[in-house]
Design a binder for this molecule. Structure first.
Ligand code: PLP
Length: 405
């Protein structure tokens, strides 16, 4: 085969090719390239015997009732299961639902969960609010904890080890295989928020049991859907997850699932481009006189960089910047307000660059997350890198105006 696009030895190329195939109707199904949007609540049956036989398939991809999924949902589930390297996937209403649904599936009253201190803020609120109200206790741990120290936090009633690697805002990379081994030795399941690591981190090859994706981010890719996906590789985990999802009435719009499938077709090229652009901007920022540190797992002084090198095949375009301590909150505000290309807003994974100050929003209770200066989070989109740098230059000029006095 002269064409290097079909080079079987290149994992990235194979991934790119797979993304053009996953979740599509068979070529001879009805001729059109894409899966249709199927909307529906009622499913009609030819007779009662058929209805009965279908109802026993509630945990399968069968047409039972709208909440059980339509062919559009099933296509997306198959596509994401493939991207995550698992076997079964449940689509839920949001990335946050993709976190709360498995937590409720794998924990009950009197049990205990270990959560990294760098966890996504709404996950912490769920643990401190809903889970605490249900009598489920949470212990926050340093994401850079050693397996020996984690051993000391395990209790007989610890049923879930939650991971988020790299962490929200501070980007610590965790030792997933070693920490998972400790959890498994104590009979706990390992749940991981793998939104940042999408494709670049294969959770099931590293000891994770349940992988969580906010499909809102890179999978959607265009900042216009809210969607979550939970993937497993073990059959009994699947039944626990599916039962909880059904019990909670989890559902997502088939139109959003269709948009996610559309996003997946360009996911490979977007990730490749955004990784390179993100790295270029991160390295450029690390050289700026205003910057103390860049928290990007692919940069050598980012926490857990060696683990990123060992376990990841690439990097997302979301990272943190720590400014030197002479720059205060007001200077950061002037910087961000003075930029014109970067959007000011939550979320990430779309085609547009975004920036937010993060210092004031970082909640930590295990004593981690202090990096020595005001912090910002950047998401690098698909704009030309020269324009991205020019906008940051514009911002730094405003920052220095305020700091310089
Ligand atoms: C955005 C995000 C979520 C939540 O996704 P939503 O679809 O916005 O609910 C979960 N985890 C991480 C790491 C995120 O960045």
């Amino acid at each position: 085969m002269p064409d290097d696009r079909l080079d079987e030895t290149s994992e990235t190329t194979r991934f790119a090719t797979r993304l053009t195939q996953v979740g599509r109707p068979g070529a001879r199904a009805h001729g059109f390239v894409n899966t249709a949007v199927v909307r529906g609540s009622t499913v009609l049956h030819p007779d009662l015997a058929h209805r009965k036989s279908v109802e026993s398939l509630r945990n399968e991809q069968a047409m039972v009732y709208g909440t059980h999924g339509t062919p559009t949902h099933f296509a997306l589930e198959n596509a994401i299961a493939e991207i995550e390297g698992g076997t079964r996937c449940q689509i839920v209403s949001s990335g946050l639902s993709a976190i709360t649904t498995p937590l409720l599936a794998f924990l009950k009253t009197g049990e205990h969960v270990l959560v990294p201190d760098c966890v996504y803020g709404p996950t912490r609120r769920f643990c401190d609010g809903m889970l605490a109200g249900l009598g489920i206790k949470t212990t926050y741990y340093d994401p850079m904890i050693t397996p020996e120290a984690l051993e000391g936090l395990m209790r007989p009633e610890t049923r879930v080890l939650f991971l988020e690697s790299p962490g929200s805002h501070t980007f610590e990379v965790q030792d997933v295989p070693a920490l998972s081994a400790v959890a498994h030795a104590h009979g706990a399941r390992v749940l991981m928020d793998n939104t940042w690591g999408i494709h670049f981190f294969q959770p099931f090859r590293h000891g994770v049991d349940v992988s969580i994706q906010a499909a809102t981010k890179y999978i959607g890719g265009h900042s216009d859907i809210i969607l979550g996906a939970v993937t497993v590789a073990d059959e009994s985990d699947w039944h626990r997850l599916r039962d909880a999802s059904m019990a909670l009435g989890q559902y997502a719009s088939p139109d959003d699932c269709w948009l996610a499938l559309r996003g997946i077709r360009s996911l490979g090229v977007r990730l490749k481009h955004q990784m390179a652009a993100g790295l270029e901007v991160a390295n450029w920022l690390a050289e700026r006189p205003e910057v103390l540190r860049v928290l990007h797992p692919a940069l050598p002084d980012s926490p857990g960089h060696a683990l990123w090198k060992r376990d990841f095949t690439g990097a997302s375009s979301l990272f943190g910047v720590v400014l030197k301590p002479n720059h205060g909150v007001d200077a950061v505000g002037a910087m961000i307000d003075g930029m014109t290309l970067f959007g000011i807003g939550a979320s990430w994974g779309g085609f547009e660059s975004l920036i937010l100050p993060t210092s004031g929003t970082i909640q930590r209770t295990a004593g981690t997350g202090k990096f020595g200066g005001e912090m910002m989070r950047l998401h690098i989109g698909l704009e030309d890198v020269a324009d991205i740098k020019a906008d940051l230059e514009r911002g730094f000029a405003k920052l220095n105006e305020v700091t310089g006095g």
